[in-house]
Design a protein around this ligand. Structure first.
Ligand SMILES: [Zn+2]
Length: 490
């Protein structure tokens, strides 16, 4: 019926639906115990009417129909949406709404159409049983290697040891266990390694699925561990057993595995935890010396130092810590996007994750941030007493963690002055430019950083050409001279 309607007249759909409902009632009027469709379908009509008036925001939430309280809340909410003025809400019902919203928040599974694709990918992953880092898509490998760069100049040749190990695991359950054990023992963090998140990362998905919904490698995917949340462990075990016994996954298992609980911090204390957790996750996947890890470390220290001031803002605005989290996450997401695309590490703009400006705006009370709809509903009412010892330890550790000088740097001791560019010029004219015109040397492209910046690093993929410029064979010198001219636009 709907396919025959004129799409330009949404109200027609409402009228047609209404007559269909009335017709149904007339046909079945004689039956005993008959619930009138007009009553049962009120919600549908409300929704259609609101949709024609463009009052419905897109929202990706599914609620369990078995939850009576939630269903009632949903009905009431739909009715309220189409009232011209906001109804006066009594405190009692506001409390109930909060309760229902809580139930809704916990059942948010960030389900998007994308998830279906993910499920297919997962099935393939599991059936192959071999999920090495090299088997990830090129763009994911690129993302991880660029994000693992310790200086913003060189793409690492291999991922960090933990990342490599993670991808050798045969099942998501084992990968999750490994992630969990490593972050606890090595990075002194402990987060809820949610199966959905681990599944996504295991399949090589780091970027958000949708531009308005944080997921996968996200600040919101690494919430503070909650008491009595052994559930995920159990799930992982069950799934692992099913997989290792060769029975494969049922649809429900896959669905379960794909749920990603999105948790937003609601206190400054939990904000600090989540920043630290994200730092731990970054250290795990991109190595402890990744730029992202260093930057998040600074945010963590900054939050710890200014806890009181931040708490006073939190009192004023309950979503304050979520907003900070979202601001941080947007930047990480954008930076990962650049890491994924960059063919040369120097193309990645690392100033995106320089959180100093953000922290400054926050502390000077000039910070504004809106939250996406999907996050507005997410709150976590379970509070845990602050672990004073843990906090003190983290602050102390923050002080001692200094950036180590780069021992991998190699200098070109016989530079040719005509070939050298200033830092700015190099960024603008050489980095990532004319890559096809770089002359070859011993089967590899000549390293422009070594010859036109004057230094490089010993893990550079073109290090065979790290020969002092003046000692190069004369033919090579001529070829490189041509390349320098091309870069200078001569
Ligand atoms: Zn080099």
């Amino acid at each position: 019926m709907y396919s025959e309607l004129d799409e330009t007249k949404p109200a027609q759909l409402l009228i047609e639906t209404n007559s269909a409902i009335s017709a149904f009632d007339t046909t079945h009027a004689a039956e005993a115990n008959f619930n009138k469709a007009v009553d049962e379908c009120k919600g549908v009509l409300c929704f259609l009417w609101a949709a024609t008036k463009k009052l419905v925001d897109p929202l990706q939430i599914s609620a369990s129909p078995d939850n009576v309280e939630l269903t009632n809340w949903s009905k009431r909410r739909h009715t309220e949406c189409i009232m011209s003025e906001a109804p006066a809400v009594s405190t009692a019902s506001a409390a109930m709404d909060a309760e229902a919203a809580q139930a809704l928040a916990t059942s948010i599974t960030a389900q998007t159409a994308f998830m279906e694709n993910q499920q297919k990918k997962l099935d393939t992953t599991i059936s192959e049983r071999k999920n090495k880092f090299e088997k990830l898509s090129d763009s994911t490998q690129n993302l991880i290697l660029n994000a693992s760069s310790t200086n913003g100049e060189v793409t690492l040749g291999t991922p960090s040891k933990h990342c490599t190990e993670f991808y050798t695991k045969a099942t998501v359950g084992q990968a999750r266990q490994y992630l969990h054990d490593t972050i606890c023992t090595e990075f002194s963090t402990m987060f809820d390694c949610q199966l959905g998140t681990v599944t996504a990362l295991f399949s090589g998905l780091f970027m958000w699925d949708r531009d308005d919904t944080p997921s996968n490698f996200s600040f919101f995917s690494f919430p503070k561990i909650q008491p009595l949340s052994g559930n995920a462990d159990k799930q992982a075990m069950v799934l692992h057993m099913k997989v290792s016994h060769g029975k494969g996954w049922s649809d429900t298992d896959a669905e379960e595995a794909l749920k990603q609980g999105v948790k937003a911090p609601d206190t400054i204390e939990s904000l600090g935890h989540q920043v630290n957790n994200t730092r731990g996750a970054a250290a795990f996947f991109f190595g402890i010396h990744s730029i992202l890890v260093t930057k998040l470390e600074k945010v963590k220290v900054c939050i710890a130092k200014n806890t009181r001031r931040l708490e006073s803002f939190q009192v004023r605005d309950k979503t304050f810590s979520s907003k900070i989290g979202y601001a941080i996450d947007c930047r990480i997401h954008r930076w990962l996007g650049e890491c994924r695309m960059a063919t040369d590490r120097e193309q990645v703009n690392d100033s995106i994750i320089d959180f100093n400006i953000l922290m400054e705006a926050i502390l000077t009370d000039s910070f504004t941030q809106s939250l996406p709809v999907t996050l507005r509903l997410v709150t976590d009412k379970r509070k845990v007493d602050e672990d004073a010892d843990d906090n003190a330890r983290r602050r102390k550790k923050g002080k001692n963690d200094k950036e180590a000088p780069d021992s991998r740097k190699v200098d070109n001791e016989e530079k040719i002055p005509e070939w050298i560019f200033s830092h700015e010029e190099y960024q603008a004219k050489v980095a990532g430019k004319f890559t096809k015109r770089r002359p070859d040397f011993k089967g590899k492209a000549m390293c422009p950083r070594f010859h036109s910046k004057g230094y490089c690093f010993n893990d550079c993929s073109n290090k065979v050409s790290h020969v002092h410029s003046k000692s190069l064979p004369s033919g090579t010198k001529k070829d490189y001279e041509k390349f320098v001219k091309v870069c200078k636009g001569e």
